[in-house]
Design a protein around this ligand. Structure first.
Ligand SMILES: [Fe+2]
Length: 265
């Protein structure tokens, strides 16, 4: 895996009573697939610390769910991060698969979800937490879509009403941040009322071409629309991380792994 780079986005919150008293930063980790940068992720942790983030957002696929699940580095990273920062986490398709596997297993201690909860991770499985960051009232939501929404060659429809069925309605007068691994449904997230959606899943489209962007999604659709970057629709924002790792197809062309830093003003 090549070394990661740092990608920075400025997020203007622009709402009466919903803006921070002072600017602050947060980091977004996604799609690490149990990789490690340095011994026990020392290089990644150092990069995070130098940003002095108020929060760590995680948008899933931090482990790889295979017959022999790979999750030791992911567990160690969550253990360390929760000692230093509030960590808000939504599952990706790999965690959902792993959850299914451990639900069927006799040994409940095997559960990845329980382990990271035990460290203090706010694991948002179609739920939310309300908090304040620099006096800005923030609600952080986690949308965990069923695995049907990740099928290959087939796109399940999803509208704002279904998002509301999973989550309820967003909070008025608060800044609503939605963690959603699958960025494909940005339209529904924006219509539902997410001021800012954070996503991953596409690994930047694996191979990136100048002007055209990412070439292929994990569902094998070509030139996926939201593969990495900052997008705006109906005045609401989406940030898609290109991710920090990979699995199965370990190709990344013109598409380095990235640590995303969000500068809120
Ligand atoms: Fe994924």
């Amino acid at each position: 895996m090549p070394e990661f780079k740092l990608t920075r986005y400025r997020i203007r919150t622009e709402g009466a009573g919903r803006s921070p008293a002072q600017p602050f930063s947060a980091v977004l980790l996604s799609d690490m697939h149990n990789d490690s940068y340095g011994n026990a992720n020392s290089r990644l942790l150092q990069a995070i610390r130098s940003e002095k983030p108020e929060a760590v957002f995680v948008t899933g696929d931090m482990l790889t769910a295979t017959l022999e699940p790979q999750r030791d580095s992911a567990l160690a990273l969550m253990d360390q991060l929760t000692k230093e920062y509030p960590v808000y986490y939504v599952n990706g398709n790999h965690e959902s698969k792993e959850k299914k596997r451990t639900a069927d297993s006799a040994d409940a201690r095997e559960s990845y979800s329980e382990a990271i909860r035990g460290y203090g991770v706010h694991l948002l499985e179609n739920s939310c937490v309300r908090t304040e960051i620099r006096r800005m009232p923030v609600t952080i939501w986690g949308l965990e879509l069923p695995l049907d929404y990740y099928q290959r060659f087939r796109r399940m429809p999803l509208g704002a009403e279904q998002v509301a069925e999973f989550l309820g309605v967003p909070d008025e007068g608060r800044y609503n941040i939605l963690l959603a691994h699958q960025p494909l449904y940005f339209d529904a997230y924006a219509r539902w009322g997410a001021d800012l959606t954070l996503s991953g899943h596409l690994h930047g489209g694996l191979v990136r071409l100048p002007y055209l962007g990412g070439v292929v999604s994990p569902q094998f659709s070509l030139f996926p629309r939201y593969d990495r970057g900052l997008y705006t629709k109906y005045g609401r924002k989406l940030v898609v991380s290109a991710g920090l790792g990979g699995h199965s197809v370990l190709i990344r062309v013109n598409n380095p792994p990235e640590l995303v830093v969000l500068d809120f003003t």
